[in-house]
Design a protein around this ligand. Structure first.
Ligand SMILES: Nc1nc2c(c(=O)[nH]1)N[C@H]1C(S)=C(S)[C@@H](COP(=O)(O)O)O[C@H]1N2
Ligand SMILES: [Mo]
Length: 506
């Protein structure tokens, strides 16, 4: 067996194993897939500056790139396994054991893991070793030929081709099946939610109906941005899910999903924003949330006098901290079960998530939440606190240009400049202004007012002359203060600065 073939045997057998593990994980618990486990661990261990750099370089593609890198690493090591197996099969299998020990260990040590978390890794090992064994054997010289005609003492070419083809096919089919099962299981959930006790009127018509390119006033669920530390979508069974409030409380309380639905539900239009959103970025969205007021839940538990933090924990042990004083200062903090008239999509936290107006999502919007612990910042650190992000992070006011796009080619004459702006404090969005080529700030026209917790659409008609132009926009809050022009990166408490883009008119 030549070297190349041996390396290929290692790679194909390992990919078949990884694919088998991925499929089994998709059926049991998607997070325990060997590749995703390693990827998640990389996310958790990556220093904040590197993470920020990756997000700024790759944006939305950061996760596919991460998973791809993990796969490249797996391919390299599995080629080594194949080369070693060529000399001595047991050693090659040993390399695979070491390789699989990594995801197995990580899976077992993740916060909410049970012993079954290791099953997909074991399946990957068994399939990988079996595949490798078969390929190595099929490439060995065949036993003394029984018929004189087959004079060759080398491996049968046909047998070799079949074996390699079968293992490659198994890898592709199992991998495809795993992906299909995972996406099938993460599709919408079929539960009926009661209506809000006091339903909101339908939203006014948005400017997107008049001007294409402006973001919809209410972002549809399947277009809503997604930001979390996960590579999979947790599949949580709402029948067995519970939310517990504990810590510094008079009495620990636990709610089932039905308990929540039996309470008075409220509806709120709230714009969610990610602290990682750069100026002009897309990690922001407006939606109508249905849920239980957070204070109604906290009141059932009776919050003690020591706590200054709500430390919320998701189904996998990931933690988010929220300043207790801000969550209970009268704003419409919710435990949401519905989004835009549907149950929460799994990507967005089904069965229940927190939503708190005015605070970036990383300190307020815990998805798949199962526990809220009343504690202090001195006693306990949440995930992003350990990574040096701010603990108190109000959303900074900002305006985003949706149309035209940066570097667009436009026709001379009338064009529409439009977008969305938000300013959750100080009277909400007062005005939005547009500046062309560094000239005077001109007032844009505003879309419907949906309240201070919601964003506001805006537009300005612009008579464009041929040439290159710079377009900027800014929001001015209800107190008359413009958004800060000072450039700041997302880390540690949100970006600031004024978005300016270049277009060509001809
Ligand atoms: N369990 C969990 N909840 C989470 C996160 C997470 O990584 N895990 N990310 C938070 C961040 S940073 C943001 S901005 C919002 C995004 O919510 P969305 O994905 O529904 O838009 O969820 C928050 N809730
Ligand atoms: Mo975020």
């Amino acid at each position: 067996m030549n070297r190349l073939l041996a390396a290929l045997a290692g790679v194909l057998a390992t990919l078949a194993g990884v694919a088998a593990g991925h499929l089994v994980a998709a059926l049991l618990d998607p997070a325990t897939s060997p590749v995703l486990t390693v990827g998640s661990q990389v996310i958790d261990l990556t220093p904040t500056p590197v993470k920020e750099w990756a997000i700024s370089q790759f944006g939305d593609r950061d996760k596919p790139i991460l998973v791809g890198s993990v796969l490249v690493g797996v391919v390299l090591l599995s080629a080594v396994a194949g080369l070693v197996a060529r000399r001595r099969f047991a050693y090659g299998a040993g390399v695979l054991v070491l390789l699989v020990a990594v995801p197995a260990t990580i899976a077992l040590t993740r916060p909410a893991a049970g012993p079954s978390a290791v099953v997909p890794s074991l399946v990957a090992l068994v399939v990988g070793v079996a595949g490798l064994g078969w390929l190595v054997r099929s490439a060995r010289p065949t036993a003394a030929p029984s018929r004189a005609s087959s004079a060759s003492s080398g491996p049968s070419r046909r047998g070799l081709l079949v074996a390699f083809g079968v293992v490659a096919g198994v890898a592709a089919v199992l991998g495809g099946a795993g992906r299909w099962v995972a996406s099938y299981r993460s599709r919408g959930v079929d539960v009926d939610l009661p209506a809000a006790a006091d339903p909101l009127p339908p939203l006014p018509r948005g400017l997107e109906e008049r001007f294409s390119g402006i973001t919809p006033l209410q972002v549809p669920n399947d277009e809503f941005y997604r930001v979390d530390t996960r590579l999979d979508v947790p599949i949580v069974d709402h029948e067995s899910w519970t939310l517990t409030i504990d810590g510094d409380v008079e009495r620990e309380v636990t709610f089932t999903f039905d308990d929540l639905l039996a309470m008075d539900l409220v509806e709120k239009d709230i714009t969610l924003t990610c602290v990682s959103n750069s100026v002009g970025g897309k990690y922001v969205g407006g939606a109508r949330w249905l849920g239980v007021p957070l204070v109604a839940l906290l009141d059932r538990a009776g919050v003690g006098s020591r706590a200054d933090q709500i430390l919320s924990t998701d189904v996998d042990g990931m933690t988010i901290s929220t300043p207790l004083a801000l969550a209970t200062d009268g704003r419409d903090a919710l435990l949401a079960v519905g989004m835009n008239g549907e149950p929460l999509p799994r990507e967005h936290g089904f069965p229940a998530r927190m939503v708190i107006p005015g605070l970036y999502g990383f300190i307020s919007a815990t998805k798949w939440v199962t526990r809220m612990t009343l504690t202090t910042y001195a006693e306990q650190d949440a995930y992003w606190t350990e990574r040096d992000w701010a603990t108190d992070a109000p959303i900074k006011p900002s305006s985003r240009i949706d149309t035209p796009r940066a570097l667009a080619d436009l026709g001379a004459g009338e064009n529409v400049i439009g977008g969305v702006a938000w300013a959750q404090f100080d009277g909400g969005v007062g005005r939005v202004q547009v500046r062309v080529d560094g000239g005077p700030w001109q007032d844009a026209e505003l879309g419907a007012d949906v309240g201070n917790d919601y964003w506001r659409q805006w537009f300005l008609r612009w008579d464009a002359t041929p040439g290159q132009h710079r377009i900027a926009s800014r929001v001015i809050d209800g107190d008359g203060d413009p958004q800060s022009p000072a450039r700041a990166n997302p880390f540690p408490s949100g970006s600031s600065g004024i978005q300016e883009l270049l277009v060509t008119v001809s």
